[in-house]
Ligand binder design. Sequence first.
Ligand code: SF4
Length: 206
Amino acid sequence: MGEKMKIAITPKIQIGGSIFTPDQLIKIGNVVGEEAKIEMTPFKQLYAEIPLDRREAIEEELKLIGLEVYPSGYTTKSLIACNFCRGAEEAGLETAIKLNQAIAGIETPTPIKIGYAGCALGTSEPLLKDISVVKMRNTFDIFVGGEPKGLKTVIAKLLLSGLTEEKLVPVITAIIDFYKENAKGKEKFSKFVDRITLDQIKQIAG
Ligand code: SF4
């Protein structure tokens, strides 16, 4: 038995949410092999254990059928988006796709979950994520510091409101960079936000 590793597999961000086609599911089963463990995570990624020496070939095959592959573990997860029920334009599908490309898979001190909701109904539970973007008509609000785990749930707090689409990627990557540079060891993001304070994060993000 050679060395194993885990990869994270997702469908593309699309209208309707995290939808796999039957062919994609069959292909996943075929490429990872009969012995592989495939886990459904709470953050909308499938974790699959694969042989380290077949990593590139497997990733390539999965990408060829429209799937996305990310690192597992201590990274920013792929964007946890809503189902875009208000339609691509109104709910900001292209914005979410661009944001995902910019922020998914960055190595971080602890895993970071970034949410996206296409309207204030927030059916993707944006206030329970480390960082969240909520589309408000033509601008976006950003929330930080949500923590759903444990018995003391923390609701994310509003960091910035009224942002234009162009500002989203720079602001969120600045927050991630700041966390990477200033977290104490494996400090959870919600604790980090409390310690550093919203005001200071506003300054680096604004
Ligand atoms: S957040 Fe809004 S646009 Fe997105 S699925 Fe929920 S209700 Fe629809």
